[in-house]
Structures are given as structure tokens and as C-alpha cells.
Write a protein that binds this ligand. Sequence first.
Ligand SMILES: Nc1ncnc2c1ncn2[C@@H]1O[C@H](COP(=O)(O)OP(=O)(O)OP(=O)(O)O)[C@@H](O)[C@H]1O
Length: 679
Amino acid sequence: MSETDEPTASTDPRKEVPRQVPTPRGAVLALPPSSMPAGPASDDITDGLKEAYWSIYDGAAAQATVGQILAGLPRTVRQIGRLAWRTDRPATVAVVVLQLVSAAMSAFGLAASVAVLQQLFAQGPTPDKVRAAVPQILLVVAFLAARALLEAGVSVAQARVTPKIRTALESDFLQLTAHVRLEVVDDSDWHDDAYRANDRGLFYARQIVGQVVSLASAFLGLIGTAGVLTVLHPLLLPLLPLSVLPVGAAAVRTARARFHSFRRWNALQRRVRVFSWLLLDRDSAAELRADTAQKALLDEHRRLTTRIAEEDTRLGVSAAWLTLAGQGLGGIGAGVTYVALGAMLIAGWLPLAAGAGAVIAIQAGRTSLTQFVEVAHLVYEHALWVTDLLAFQERCRTLQPCHGRRQAPRTVAEIVLQNVGYTYPGNDTPALDGISLTLRAGETVAFVGLNGSGKSTCSRLIAGLYTPQKGSVLWDGVDAADLDTESLQQRVATVLQDPVRFPFSALANLTVSRGTLTEADPQRALAAARASGAAQVIAGLPGTWQALLSKRFRDGQELSAGQWAKIAVARGLYKDAPVLLLDEPTASMDPRAEHDVYQAVLRGKLRDDQITVLISHRLASVVDCDHIYVFDAGRITESGSHQDLMSLGGDYAQMFTLQAAGYQTEPATPVSDSRTAHS
Ligand SMILES: Nc1ncnc2c1ncn2[C@@H]1O[C@H](COP(=O)(O)OP(=O)(O)OP(=O)(O)O)[C@@H](O)[C@H]1O
């Protein structure tokens, strides 16, 4: 529909104005059920909770074999290495070099220990053997001391790099998520992914660096031990895994069970948090008490936490049994190892001195291999979350608004919506369909209509928050889709009915609309506060401009809903943008404040080149607007000035007459003679 197709006012005297609100189009609602389940049913703890949230890992951790875990490690190590390299190169180099040298010291220390034993078990009188072993003993001490120093160095370097990785990942994560397009945020799947990445990915990213270092340390220790065993006798090498692998297998199985449990537990935990928050939060406190709803919420909270506790116990018991089985099998493996060693000694394949050294080396190898297997399964499990986080970040990069295109103009003479259509993700019905209208500098335009008719969606399209799927929004003839999104959003000030109550100072609550919490333009702030009615509110606060607007902090101030609304309008005005969108900002204001706000923004009084759009259900406040658009089920059904629309006798006239009637003690006066009969 072009601009010329807009529905316009007519003065058809046959039109009648019935005394009732126009009914919205839509489905008829059936009777609700008399009872409903409080939450998930009893079979599976996630029944009733959306599984898709976690299902991306189905099959990965659950079906991983030891081989797969080992095969996945190089990739994880590379991934973490790249992250570390990006955040602190010297510390990363230090970790790698010190770790390698420390592993070499361990191997030399082990070799020296074996040499000491060989000295002690050699032929000859004991005092001579001990004396001969002293240099080797000193060598062992030196290697151990060097290893301790190097490990301390590794810890220091690791302590430098780990928080940096965490900080870098977290700020990347927030930078990306805070900038994704608004329609992406409306997608509940994206929300789940964001929650998981924030909650688990960032948490494990911090731990995984230390785990990778331990893994490397265990791996290098294992290589050193294998080297020493090979030198003593190559046949000793295959004996090593016998005692360790059963313990490792049990650890892997436990990890897998924990991963599964966590997947289910977390879905529940998220629901528990919702209940905890509702029970704790100040915003819900009054209504909770007024509704006496605490017991219902507490019951549900208790039911869910009991199930989490049961799940924890089930997991703990099964982990204990698995570990016991692993250690039992490992003990048998150790027995087999020592029997084989004894057989080699008896057969004379190995001298007694080498046999004693082999026992030490096998013990050291066992320690390294156990550490390796245990850490490997943790790294494998946690790498899934970190990979998930990194994949989510990659996805967010593709969901950013368009950057680097033409900058939006500093001022705009005309914004034209041409046949615009928009459907929210996941919805079947379009929120807007075939919207055409023109907004001109210096004019104030009103959007009115029933709830859900598309007014806010239309204003968000104008603000560049959504991109239309059909038609276009033209800024002085240039398609907004070809403009840099951020620059476009900088040209639009939007004030919402339910504004964010920033827990900042009163002044920062204004300046945030210009992207700063620390820099202010005092003149502009005062002008905005005066025009919005916020000046009186701020003047009455202890600390005035510096007053902290949040009771969550010490000495914070609490404002009423109407006072917050004034602050929000002040924030919009402070932005001093060429386009001002006011989406029912005055609903909670007193009549005088509301009147003042509307008078202030009418017809570019504050800024003569400003395009102002008012969305309001109080039609008395839009009568002075230059143009009024009436929305119904995503379409514009009427448009014109107040007089035009009253003469038209359509939905607007009905709604206006009805509201006006509410202020009259006498029955409402019909808007024209022809309507008297009907009313
Ligand atoms: N974020 C969203 N995701 C999905 N659907 C939405 C979303 N926001 C609005 N809708 C739907 O789009 C339609 C238009 O909503 P919109 O908020 O634009 O109406 P409105 O005229 O501003 O209503 P109100 O007067 O109640 O503020 C409604 O059917 C609503 O359910």
C-alpha cells in the first residue's frame, strides 16, 4: 500500500458510533482447565521442561570412548593454546617452556633415583654403597628442587594467563550478545544458548587452562617414566597400563554419568532460580504478599530442589560404585604387574637393582597415568562447554546488525514506510502487514489502536530495532536497510512504557541514552529534566543529580512508577535525536505531568526539526497531534487529524467517545446526530 493508499478520513454521515470498544479480531478462547500440573511430572525430572536447550550434546559425551577422548585432546589443547596466546603471549610461552623443563627435571630425577637404587643394590659392603650413592642422591635432590621451582613458575604464569582468558572471553561474550539484532533476542532458542554459554561455558573456560596444564604435566611425566622403563627393560612398558587403565575407565564412566545428570539437573536448576528470584526480589515482593502467593511458590521451589537433591545423591552413589569397581580392577592389574616383574627377576631377565628401580618407575608412571586419565576426562567434558561457548560466539558474530554501511543522516526531513510487513520469529501471524505512512520533520504523529494491534512493533521498525521482512523504511529516500544500524539507532530516541530502571545516579540515568555514564552536558540535562517533569523529582532527592536510583544499594533511593516514567522521558529528551518515539511513556504519570510532556514534545517545540511519534491509549492526549494513525491487527485502518477521524465515525471515534464518556457525569453526547439513534 502506498502513501496514497492510506485509509483517509471521510465524513460519511451514515456512519454510526456504537457505545462500545471495537472488538479485536482473533481466535475465540475456550474454557480453561480446572487444574494444571505445577511443573514437571514424576517420571523424568526434566518432563515438561524443554529438552532442546541441552540436546546439542546428546551422543557426544555419552558415547565417547577413551579413544575418542584421547583423539579430541589435541584439538582442545590447540584451542586453549590459541586463547592463551591471544591474551598473554609471554605468559603462554613461559607456561609451555617451564612445563617442558619441569618435565625433563622429573625424568632426570627419576633416572637419578633409579641410579641410586642400582648403587644400593650393587655388590659390596653397605657403607661403601651408600657413600658411592651420595652424588646421585644429591642429584636427585637438585632435580626435585629444580622441578619444584619450575612448577612454581608454571603456576605464576598460569595465574597470569587464566584470568585474562576468562576476562577476554567474558567481554567478547557480552560485547557480542549485547549487540545482536533485537529479533534474535526474541528467539527463545538463542536465549537458552546464551544462558548455557554464560553459565557453563565461561565457568569451565576458567578451569580448563589449569586442567590443560595438568594434562600436559601428566603426559610429559608419563613419557619420562616410559623412557626410564624402556632403558631398564623394554618389556616393563606394557605392564604399566595394567594397573591404571581400569581406574581411568571408571573415571571416564563417572564423567559421562555426571554430564548426563548435569544436563537434566540444569534444566531444573534454571526453573528453581526463577522461583528463588521471585521469592527474593523486591519487584515481586509486594504482589507476592498481596496475592498471598508465597506458599504456592515455596511449595514448587521445595518440590524442585528435592528432586535435584535426589538426582545429586543418585549420581554420588553411582560414582562411588564405579570408582570402587575401577580401583578393584586397578588393584588386580597392579598385582599382575608385580607378579610379572617377579617372574622377570626370577628368570634373570632383569638384575635385582634394576627391578627395584622398575618398582619406583612403575609407581611414578602409575601416578602420571592416573592423573592423565582423570584430567583427560575432565578436559574432554569441559572442552564441550568451551567449544559450545566459542561456537555460540561465532553464531552471535553472524547475528550482529549491519556495520560499516552509509552513516544515517544527522537530521532527517522525512521518514516513509512503504508497504511494510513484519512477523516475529516463531509467529504465524504478521504483527504488521502493509503499513504505509509518512513522518515529517517538525510534526507530531500519534499511533493509536487496541492492544496487540502493532503500534510498538511499528515504532521499533522506525527506530531500526527490527528490519522489515516486506517493504521498506526510507530515510530521506534512502532505505534504512542500507544504513549503518548503530548510526541509525543513534538518531532515534525511544521512550518505553516500562523503561529500564537503571541502578545508576539520576544524572547517569539520563546520560546513558548518549552512550555514557560518566560524561554529561549539564545544560541539556537540565532542559530535558524540566521538559519531562523529572526536574522536580530529582530536586527532591537527597544528593539530587548524584542520587543513586536503586534501593539494592546502600543509600539508594526508591522512585514511584510515575517518577521513573519522568526520568525515562528525560532520558529520551536528553538524547536530543532527530526522531523521538514515545511508546506510552505517560501511562503512569499524573494528568498534569502527562499533559506537560505531550505539550512539550508537540510539533517540534523542543527541537523544530524533530519527528515525534506518540503511542497512547489516552486519546485526549493525542487530539493535538498533526496526524493520527489507527492500528488494527497489524494494519492501519484509519488516519487523519482528530477532527477528520471524529467525522469519519470509525474505530477512533468510538474509542474517543467511550473514553470521553468516562469523564462525564451525564450520558455521553453522541458525536453526530446520525449516531444518536444507535447509542
Ligand atoms: N517480542 C515479540 N515476540 C513475538 N511476538 C510479539 C513480540 N512483541 C509483540 N509481539 C506480537 O506482535 C503483535 C503486535 O504487538 P505490539 O507490541 O506491536 O502491539 P501494540 O499495539 O503496541 O500493543 P499494546 O497496546 O498492548 O502495547 C501482538 O500480537 C504481539 O503478541
